[in-house]
Design a protein around this ligand. Sequence first.
Ligand code: ZN
Length: 163
Amino acid sequence: MNEVSSGTTHSIPEVCARCGTAHNISKHLVKKVWTPQWVYWGYLFGLVPGIILALIARKIHKVRLFFCTDCWRRFRMRKTVDSVSGVSAVIILMGGGMTSLAYESWIPVLIGVGLAVSVAILAQRYDRRANLQYLVLDRTNFVIDVPGYGEVTVMKLPEDITL
Ligand SMILES: [Zn+2]
């Protein structure tokens, strides 16, 4: 169902895609899911139609990029940071809600919301530090900015071979 684009059509510089260093680099497979914005309108018709639409319309880019040891570790940790922070935010919110009910006070809920927002902000900050710097990311283009090197076109597919 999903169109998977793989391989690279351009030569990739032999530097870390995140920090630009040429030391201790090795090639790693990166999967990046791209979902067009209009897909989210599908959720107006319900969760299931929205998810189905997103699965049909999204595209998975598979590319091989160089990373240095540190950047690759941080890059791979993003998913863990994402899920751990998501789960903790939900637990904090539920804890705040239940404490509020027990003590009949709004204060725990407000503290819970404040903490959950802080967790989300920290997670976002981590992602900005660990993630690639995308210049163009859409159905056919995968262009990143590599510090000290500049713009790198990882992939550029001709428009006509896509949906
Ligand atoms: Zn690096």
